[in-house]
Design a protein around this ligand. Sequence first.
Ligand code: NAD
Ligand code: IMJ
Length: 260
Amino acid sequence: MLLDLKGKKILVTGIANNRSIAWGIAQQLHAAGAELGITYLPDAKGRFESKVKELTSPLNPSLFLPLDVQDSRQIEEVFNSVEKEWGQLDGLVHCLAFAGKEELVGDYSATTPEGFARALEISAYSLAPLCKHGKNLFSQGAGVVTLTYLGAERAIPNYNVMGVAKAALEASVRYLSAELGPEKEVRVNAISAGPIRTLASSAIGGILEMIHNVEEKAPLRRTVTQTEVGNTAAFLLSDLSSGISGQTIYVDSGYCINGM
Ligand code: NAD
Ligand code: IMJ
């Protein structure tokens, strides 16, 4: 097999349910032979934990850990476990974002400083501490992949502060790529996915309109699937992409090439 992740230990964040993009990624990484570690966002009632555990158990993850990226102790504990159980890290998937609902409707100028800080902290900043803690554990040629959206570079209705966060995330990918490349050829890249119906998109006004727009105008005349994003993540975490770092790769049916 050309695309081979056998022997690679990869940590996947951002699985909430069976529609999550991170779930599509985890399945394709598993299919390519990777050994997986899964993190979930802990909540008071433990509902996410049991749901994500049940969903991911067919992939036999060798690590299953709570991670709220706003909690620096949890970040430390995740990497302590990676060090103890794996001793190395060959891949990291950052597939999470959050902004307050009220920030994702109406005027961008109405964004509050608290709303701005929270969206940027969770959706963009979090990649930096994950890479910092991963630094000593990354193997030669390890990969980091994050998820972004076209709203980073175009004004897309209601995306608002998330667009600003994704712009910061894409810039972070370039800075982290410059930082992590020299020593061990660790590569950092982003996948810019087209609109997909997930928990994080279905709650949004105008998502169906955006999807219809893609179906009418994208070169492929259809939306993309979680599996297609997963296949690109597998490529970016494999040795097949050994020359690629600091990039944003579009998995969007070609939508972003259109002039209008
Ligand atoms: P999702 O709701 O399934 O995933 C979002 C994840 O973020 C959830 O698992 C949630 O638990 C996690 N999360 C939120 N706050 C967190 C925190 N403080 N700490 C740790 N985890 C936290 O939705 P999705 O669409 O699969 O989103 C995954 C990524 O894909 C996001 O970065 C999103 O911006 C990006 N993306 C989505 C689309 C789309 O149309 N769905 C398009 C392009 C990019
Ligand atoms: C999100 C908002 C506005 C327009 C949007 C989206 N379009 C798409 C999304 C057109 C495709 C989904 N997307 C790319 C995201 O990154 C979503 C992030 C997000 C979603 C929610 C919904 C529920 C909530 N907070 C959120 N924070 C971030 O409370």
